[in-house]
Write a protein that binds this ligand. Structure first.
Ligand SMILES: [Zn+2]
Length: 132
């Protein structure tokens, strides 16, 4: 919305998820109080000391060659799933539809990640042992 507001000065650029800041990419992913809660729920336990909610730092982590494959897979998978889910919720509010409760959003994303890891383990994908 910060970009749209540059073309159309009358456009409302306040984040609809928290109603507390301008909606920039970095705010929406994941500096917003709503989205950081979702991201933290999903990634704090995976990234541990590497945990961040800063967009540019997340992209740096994805490019980090030293990161363990399983951790990198989780980060990449959850990033795309969380961006999609948050964008969908944001659009629901923008179009005056009822958003899902945040607990349900977090639960669906968590379940999606667990199902994906379970599938990879079942298929015997390299690096995805039963230890996961
Ligand atoms: Zn916000």
């Amino acid at each position: 919305m910060d970009r749209i507001a540059k073309w159309n000065p009358g456009a409302e650029e306040i984040c609809v998820l928290c109603k507390n800041a301008s909606e920039t990419r970095s705010h929406l992913f994941f500096e917003c109080s709503y989205s950081t809660r979702v991201w933290e729920h999903l990634m704090k336990g995976v990234l541990l000391n590497d945990y961040t909610s800063v967009w540019s730092d997340i992209l740096m982590l994805i490019k980090d060659e030293r990161m363990e494959n399983k951790k990198k897979f989780c980060l990449s998978y959850v990033l795309q799933a969380a961006v999609h889910a948050l964008w969908r919720e944001r659009n629901k509010i923008k179009h005056e539809e009822k958003p899902m409760p945040i607990e349900i959003v977090m639960k669906l994303l968590d379940k999606g990640m667990r199902n994906k890891l379970s599938l990879l383990r079942t298929k015997g994908a390299k690096g995805f042992s039963t230890r996961m």
